[in-house]
Design a protein around this ligand. Sequence first.
Ligand SMILES: Nc1nc2c(ncn2[C@@H]2O[C@H](COP(=O)(O)OP(=O)(O)O)[C@@H](O)[C@H]2O)c(=O)[nH]1
Ligand SMILES: [Mg+2]
Length: 351
Amino acid sequence: MRIIRLSARDMTEAVRRLKQELGPEAVILSTRKLPEGGVELTAALEPEQDEGPCSPGAGLGELEQRIDALARRLEGQLAVAEALEGFALRPEVGPVWAALRAQELSPVVIYRLLEGLSGQGLWARVLIRLRKMLKIHPGPTPQGQGPVVWALVGPTGVGKTTTIAKLAARLGLSLGVRVGMVSVDAYRIAAAEQLVTYGRIMEIPTLTASSPAEYADVMQRMSDRDVVLVDTVGRSPADPRGITELKQILQAWPGTTCHLVIACPTREADQRRIAEAFGILSPHSLIFTKLDETAVFGPIINRVVETGLGVSFVTTGQRVPEDLEEADAGTLARLMLPTRGQQAVAAAGSW
Ligand SMILES: Nc1nc2c(ncn2[C@@H]2O[C@H](COP(=O)(O)OP(=O)(O)O)[C@@H](O)[C@H]2O)c(=O)[nH]1
Ligand SMILES: [Mg+2]
């Protein structure tokens, strides 16, 4: 039996609060007037009616079921909240909201894109806002005093090595920039071979390092270069220790700037985890790869908004050096419009 005692201004309020707290089954044991004014009420409840979801009586299976049910309810409520947000805007905004959601732009971003908009020409105005939101970061350009150092970091298999080869070819072979390449790899020296091979084919000096001291030494030897591109062995975002180790190596040359490589087809929640995990390397820009492998581009702007970083490059295929582009806000913004949005903008003449 559970006993509770509560005081209130008068009896009506005391009974209302008792029902609220213990439900209709509570039994009033006694009441008394308090000397300082108001009443005090003592009530009791039988234990079986008192059992909360986590009481020792509930079996594990039952608990799991209750948690599942709760999770489902929460998910449902979130979906409703999301929809309400959309409809709270103007009705003509609904289809635009839905189309942007299909591109997996986050509700927060969509809300910012559509806030205050109504009437005709919605897509054209959304395009303008998207373009403004899409921050762009310039690529590596020679500064004259010592090399500009770009280290590409990110999970395995996203295209870091390939992107470095494309960049090196673009800068070194087409623009005549003195390029050097460094492969940083604390464990698997074999992974450096891919870059060394590219270096040999393009006749670009390529060195490897697997400790802070080696990295500092190697960078010293690159001091006559305009741009040094640093390849890193991928780290799983689930392995913060590996990322910290990488940070220790890259810190040995303070001029190193990190640039986070994310594969565009990676799902939204995983991309967010990746950006968080690699955040300890304080990246300066974002590079999105494999744009050719997906038709969903919203996560690009989600990352820009969440991280506050600009996009420097995007890659659109496996060919070295062709499939690399400097990021452009207009082009990226248009990618995020669905076909009918693009048609609407084109028809309005504001393409
Ligand atoms: N479709 C497509 N494949 C790419 C692109 N960039 C890289 N790849 C491929 O992705 C795979 C892994 O690339 P790699 O550079 O070794 O990734 P790393 O582990 O991050 O260095 C290779 O097969 C590349 O050819 C791209 O933009 N599009
Ligand atoms: Mg690699």
